[in-house]
Ligand binder design. Structure first.
Ligand SMILES: Cc1cc2nc3c(=O)[nH]c(=O)nc-3n(C[C@H](O)[C@H](O)[C@H](O)COP(=O)(O)OP(=O)(O)OC[C@H]3O[C@@H](n4cnc5c(N)ncnc54)[C@H](O)[C@@H]3O)c2cc1C
Length: 337
C-alpha cells in the first residue's frame, strides 16, 4: 500500500500461542500501542486469527483496545503462512491501518515479513523502542533497532509507505490493564481456497519438551559469562548457586562454548528475570543480555574492564577478576559449611 494519506488506526497482531493463550509479547505491545494511539488520536485495533477465537477476546479487551477484528476457523488452529498472510493482507487493504505492530515471535516475524512484502511497505524487525517523531515528518513512527550485537542502535522510520510496520522483542514494554468503555468487535468472514495451499500439513505440530527453567521466578540469580574463561571456572558457579540457594543462568557465550545448557540463557532470546539480587560474573552487558535483567531489584557486576557496559545497568560495580572473587566466595562458604 503506497498511499499514506488514507491510512488510519494502529494495529497489533495479537498472536494466539499453541491455540491456548494470548501471546505475552502481544499484550505488552498493546500497552505501549495504547499510548501511541492516544497521542495520534487514533483507534487501537487488535487483530486475532484463531480456532474458537471468541475465547481470547475477554483477555484482549483488558489491554486497552478500541476494537478487535478477528477470524475464527479451524484452519487457524496453527500458524499457516499462506492462510494468515492472505487474510491479513486482505484486512490491510480493506481498513488501511497507519501502523501495524507484531510480536517478535517465530510466527510474528514470519508473518510480518510476508505482509510487508504484499503491502509493498517497509518492516523493521526486533525493535527495542517506539516513539513518535516530528523531525522527519509529521508523527512518524520512530523505531529503535539494535544491530551488530547491540553495539549500535539505529533510528528507522517509514516516511511514505503504509502501514508502518515492525516486530517488537519480548520484554520491551510492560503489560497494562486498561478497559475502554466501548470496544467494537468485528468478526470477519473466513475465506480461503484450499487449492491455494502449496503445502499440506499432515499432522499437528508437536513441541519438543525443553527442560524448564525456573529463572524467571527466582529471587537470587547468578549469571556467568565468557569472562570466566573456561568450563572448569564456569562450573564453580554451580557450587556457588548450591551454597547460596541461588539459580544459575548466563549469557549466550557459555552456551556456545558448551559450558551451560541452552535453557539457562538470560536475555532477549532466553529468560527474562526479576530477582531481588542478580550477580554477574564476567559479563560484558550486550543489549541482548541486558534486556533480560532490567527488572532485577539489585544488580552487582564483576568485570575486569572498568568501561564494561554492564556497569551502566548495575547498582554495584566491582572491577576485578571474577574468578578470584568466585574462589574467595567458595572458600568462605566451604568454611561455613
Ligand atoms: C539475535 C541475537 C540474540 C542474542 N540473544 C542473547 C541473549 O538472549 N542473551 C545473551 O546473553 N546474549 C545474547 N546474544 C549474544 C550477545 O550479543 C553477546 O554476544 C553476549 O551476551 C556476550 O556474552 P558475554 O558477556 O558472556 O561475553 P563477552 O561479550 O565476550 O564479554 C566478556 C566480558 O568478560 C570480561 N572479562 C574478561 N575476563 C574477565 C575476568 N577474568 N573477570 C571478570 N571479567 C572478565 C570482559 O571485560 C568482557 O566484558 C544474542 C546475539 C544475537 C545476535
Amino acid at each position: 500500500m503506497n498511499e499514506k494519506d488514507d491510512s488510519k488506526d494502529l494495529w497489533v497482531f495479537t498472536e494466539i500461542k499453541d491455540h491456548e493463550r494470548v501471546d505475552e509479547c502481544a499484550l505488552e505491545i498493546l500497552g505501549k500501542a495504547r499510548d501511541i494511539a492516544d497521542k495520534l488520536d487514533q483507534k487501537l485495533v487488535s487483530i486475532v486469527l484463531a480456532l474458537d477465537a471468541e475465547q481470547y477476546l475477554s483477555t484482549i479487551k483488558d489491554h486497552g483496545v478500541d476494537k478487535i477484528i478477528y477470524f475464527s476457523h479451524q484452519d487457524l488452529k496453527h500458524y499457516h503462512e499462506r492462510i494468515f498472510t492472505k487474510l491479513i493482507h486482505k484486512l490491510v487493504e480493506k481498513y488501511t491501518p497507519s501502523i501495524f505492530l507484531f510480536p517478535s515471535t517465530e510466527a510474528g516475524n514470519a508473518l510480518a515479513a510476508r505482509v510487508a512484502y504484499k503491502c509493498r511497505t517497509g518492516l523493521v524487525s526486533d525493535v527495542l523502542n517506539l516513539e513518535l517523531d516530528d523531525e522527519y515528518g509529521n508523527n512518524l513512527l520512530l523505531t529503535d533497532k539494535p544491530a551488530y550485537g547491540g553495539n549500535i542502535h539505529v533510528k528507522i522510520t517509514c516516511p511514505s509507505k503504509r502501514p508502518q510496520m515492525c516486530t517488537i522483542t519480548r520484554g520491551t514494554f510492560n503489560k497494562r490493564k486498561i478497559r475502554k468503555s466501548t470496544i467494537n468487535i468485528v468478526k470477519e468472514k473466513y475465506e480461503f481456497e484450499r487449492n491455494e495451499l502449496k503445502i499440506k500439513i499432515l499432522g499437528a505440530p508437536t513441541r519438543k519438551d525443553k527442560p524448564s527453567s525456573t529463572l524467571s521466578d527466582a529471587e537470587f540469580v547468578i549469571g556467568g559469562g565468557q569472562g570466566l574463561g573456561s568450563k572448569d571456572n564456569f562450573e564453580k558457579l554451580y557450587d556457588l548457586a548450591k551454597y547460596t540457594k541461588g539459580k544459575l543462568g548466563g549469557t549466550r557465550r557459555p552456551i556456545l562454548n558448551g559450558w551451560m545448557p541452552e535453557h539457562l540463557q538470560i536475555g532477549i532470546s532466553g529468560e527474562s528475570i526479576k530477582p531481588k539480587l542478580y550477580i554477574s560474573f564476567g559479563i560484558s552487558g550486550a543489549i541482548q543480555h541486558i534486556t533480560g535483567i532490567t527488572d532485577s531489584n539489585i544488580i552487582i557486576s564483576i568485570n575486569t574492564d572498568p568501561n564494561a557496559s554492564i556497569f551502566k545497568t548495575s547498582d554495584y560495580c566491582i572491577v576485578a577478576d571474577a574468578n578470584e572473587i568466585l574462589n574467595e566466595l567458595l572458600e568462605y562458604y566451604k568454611i561455613e559449611e
